[in-house]
Ligand binder design. Sequence first.
Ligand code: SF4
Length: 410
Amino acid sequence: MHDLLPTSELERFPPIEWAEIAPHMTPALRASLEKALESLDGSVLTLEESYALAAADGDDLLGLLVAANVLRSELVGNIVTYVVNRNINFTNICFVGCKFCAFSRGPREADAYFHDLDKMAEKAREAWELGATEVCIQGGLPRDLDKFYYRDILRAVKSAVPRMHIHAFSPMEIVYGVELTSMPLADYLSMLRDNGLGTLPGTAAEILDDEIRHILSANKLSTAQWMEVIRTAHRCGIRTTSTLMYGHAETSAHWVRQMRLLRDIQSETGGFTEFVPLGFVHQNTLLFHQGLARSGPTLAEHLKVHALARVLLAGSINNIQVSWVKLNRQLSQLCLHAGANDYGGTLMEENISREAGATAGQYTSPEDFQALILEMGRIPAERNTTYSRIQIKLPLDQFTAEEAVEAEFA
Ligand code: SF4
């Protein structure tokens, strides 16, 4: 896939109005987007219409980006949220061997590490003192992990900081925990919930298509297993995020099918809090070096995935997050103009994308998020993990709420 529009032209889309671009679009694509704009509901689009939007280029792509931005403002307004959190990757030892992963290590490698329960408690305590409301805990899968280690991490963190929200354990880790304990999935998830698990990251989804999954990792959980973990978690009252990794061996048709699949699960369970597109960071990965993947997403793909998600998921999953660690500062802002409304977490210590070659850094402070959001003419707000508490954060010496709203409409 290539950028058909010169980069500079694509970057200039944010001020374009729908009425300006619509007449330049292919009539069928324009009609599809008008349907979505009128209904504020992505389910009105057929599979064929969705494929056509995913393949849009030139003025059609600009139209998609602009329509996504209009939908975003209609559905969630001008607030851009973020959560103050700490990422804790408790070990990098992993036997799974995903080819897109540059984070995992063998147990005897010099830089392999494993945090014990005291260390986890200490990190959570430090995070709380620095204002974090959430810890996001994921790690590699070490072969000899204690049977109940995931539960014990929850206990250690909760006893150190009872009010900390724990967002932890990918569906892959849940499948591993079930294997280690031989417990039924629902019982295992309920046990984690009862020991303090708040929400589950919907990671390890990559592309929910077994052919592509096999290229990415021969040992990863299957599409059916991912869906089973997610549905069961939702039924146990554990909400999750949803994700998609793009820019490797997949096509745009995979994006469409995955977004529609997530929509279906959401209409069954209502358990997704947000959708997070994750751009593939290729530099230090086997997947790229073995010639199995392209070299990460183009600018057009980054923008298109966020916009497509806003349109196809409209009315179903209304929070679309940018993964700032995988995008740079300017690209995160562009994606927030192309349908996204959430910056994700401050993270404090991000490791996974950095090891794969991402250079956006390990921490963005709340003040940096606020400045980036105000720069876009939008309103910064801190949220909790489930978006049930949103607190507007305006530096009152610079802006009043009224001025910030005016900036958006100027
Ligand atoms: S992505 Fe996760 S499961 Fe796969 S190799 Fe890396 S740490 Fe292991």
